[in-house]
Write a new protein. Structure first.
Lengths: 222, 258
């Protein structure tokens, strides 16, 4: 165990890389979730079809293969991505496909009557989504987004396969250099679990904050 | 005088079910109309067509002398664009059976937001107007409550204030008391009675409350199977209906009440 602890600097470095990868991919995934999810309601068939193709492609193929494709195949086509960027894009695009379904489902869960009220008040389509549908849909999305965020954290371990020095990659290094197997993997398991618990805590906090406005009796400031 | 609303030979069906059959109808500016008749007779559909929530299959609907569901492009009539519909919607406001308030906004914000977003009114002017209207419907003390903290009758009164805030020339009331507990019906109807008395807005109400229809309306239209069976002042329709079908309907309704 002492032997492994000597390697704590690279474990810390791996933890930071894993967190960076998770946060950056989460931002990419979140943007894609909304863009692709809302495109499903476009009045233009081409936009809707493009969104469905995106969804089915990234949901229907393996994340590892997508990552290998970005890291090993794209350079052959003249596109060179750093390992970290390839990892962020692959994780973000993959999770974004699942996220887009969360956005679509949540927006669809807003009752038809709310659309009609917005039309009757002569809102534009943009105003209807921005001020009526999304404020009601986003609280519905949060818990499922929380689950996806944990999935994303676990997915980043795959990025070690394209030479990103994340936690899993560092565990491999320690294993090779010390010939210990149980200890490094046990330690990173605990670290993954701690990161995941923190993410759950953050998502719960956001959910509480968002729901708070609905339950208080008087809103100040108006 | 030109009618503010005109239906010319309008038909509408949902699949096999025909809800409006070659309907002709006209409404003068400022008229207060009550639409009565058995359910499925097409009354609500008329309101929904006027609010552009339902399209028509054939015929023409005119509002303020302009085609509602069509527009003229190079002197040819083509189906209305979203832009045309937005312009036409400025004339019309609607209050729904289920209130349809925005649940994430307080009562006052429900009334302010459409004014700010759609009419471009300043926030402070929107607030003033919202407060005035809340006072009109007797809810100035509930302005910071969310819809789920209000009774059905209170929610419906907020919804009425919200529609009024947009200054429509035509107001549509679609069975606005049908979703309410009986003891809450009167508070909403009283607001509408006051409106009918004091406002020169054209108003169409679909209702099953015959006493209210009598107070509210200048003219009552009795519908059956997507057509107007009889039309006239309330005294005439309720005291002395000409048509057998009107008599039967009223007998049935009054039978249900007593």
């Amino acid at each position: 165990m002492d032997q492994v602890l000597e390697y704590s600097p690279i474990l810390i470095q791996g933890t930071i890389t894993t967190i960076e990868l998770t946060v950056a991919s989460a931002i990419v995934a979140l943007i894609i979730s909304f863009v692709v999810g809302l495109s499903r309601f476009s009045r233009f068939a081409a936009v809707r079809i493009a969104a469905i193709i995106y969804l089915e492609f990234f949901r229907g193929t393996s994340a590892i293969v997508q990552m290998f494709f970005m890291f090993y195949v794209l350079p052959l086509l003249g596109v060179h991505l750093s390992p970290l960027l390839a990892g962020i894009i692959a994780c973000g695009f993959n999770l974004g496909s699942y996220g887009s379904e969360v956005v679509r489902g949540a927006v669809q869960s807003v009752p038809r009557a709310q659309h009609e009220a917005a039309v009757a008040l002569n809102y534009t389509t943009y105003q209807k989504y921005r001020y009526v549908l999304l404020p009601q849909a986003i609280p519905v999305m949060i818990p499922t987004f929380g689950n996806l965020l944990i999935e994303l954290l676990k997915l980043t371990a795959v990025a070690s396969l394209i030479t990103i020095s994340d936690l899993t990659f560092m565990a491999q290094i320690i294993r090779v250099q010390t010939a210990l197997t149980l200890e490094p993997f046990l330690i990173i398991m605990v670290i993954y679990f701690i990161i995941a618990s923190c993410l759950v805590g953050i998502v719960d906090f956001i959910a509480k904050k968002i729901n708070k406005g609905r339950n208080i009796t008087v809103r100040k400031g108006i | 005088m030109n009618p503010i609303i005109e239906f010319k030979n309008v038909s509408k069906s949902y699949g096999e079910l025909q809800v409006l059959r070659n309907l002709d109808m006209h409404v003068e500016a400022g008229e207060k109309l009550a639409l009565i008749g058995p359910s499925g007779s097409g009354k609500t559909t008329i309101l929904r067509i006027l609010m552009t929530l339902e399209t028509i299959n054939s015929g023409h609907v005119m509002v303020e002398g302009d085609y509602l569901w069509h527009q003229k492009v190079n002197s040819e009539l083509v189906p209305a664009s979203e832009k045309h519909l937005r312009k036409m919607r400025e004339n019309v406001g609607m209050v729904f059976q289920q209130f349809n308030l925005f649940p994430h906004l307080t009562a006052i914000a429900n009334i302010e937001q459409p004014q700010i977003l759609v009419k471009g009114v300043d926030k402070s002017d929107a607030t003033n107007k919202a407060q005035e209207l809340l006072k009109l419907v007797g809810l100035e003390e509930k302005q910071n409550h969310y819809p789920h903290q209000l009774s059905g009758g209170q929610q419906q009164r907020v919804a009425i204030a919200r529609a009024l805030a947009m200054d429509p020339k035509i107001m549509l009331f679609d069975e606005v008391t049908s979703a309410l507990d009986p003891e809450l019906v009167e508070e909403v109807l009283n607001v509408l009675r006051v409106l009918a008395e004091t406002s020169d807005t054209t108003m169409l109400t679909v209702t099953h409350e015959m006493n209210f229809a009598r107070d509210f309306a200048d003219r009552v239209l009795f519908f059956e199977k997507g057509q107007i069976v009889e039309s006239g002042p309330p005294e005439e329709i309720f005291r002395n209906p000409k048509e057998e079908r009107t008599r039967n309907f009223l007998k049935q309704i009054i039978g249900e009440i007593s």
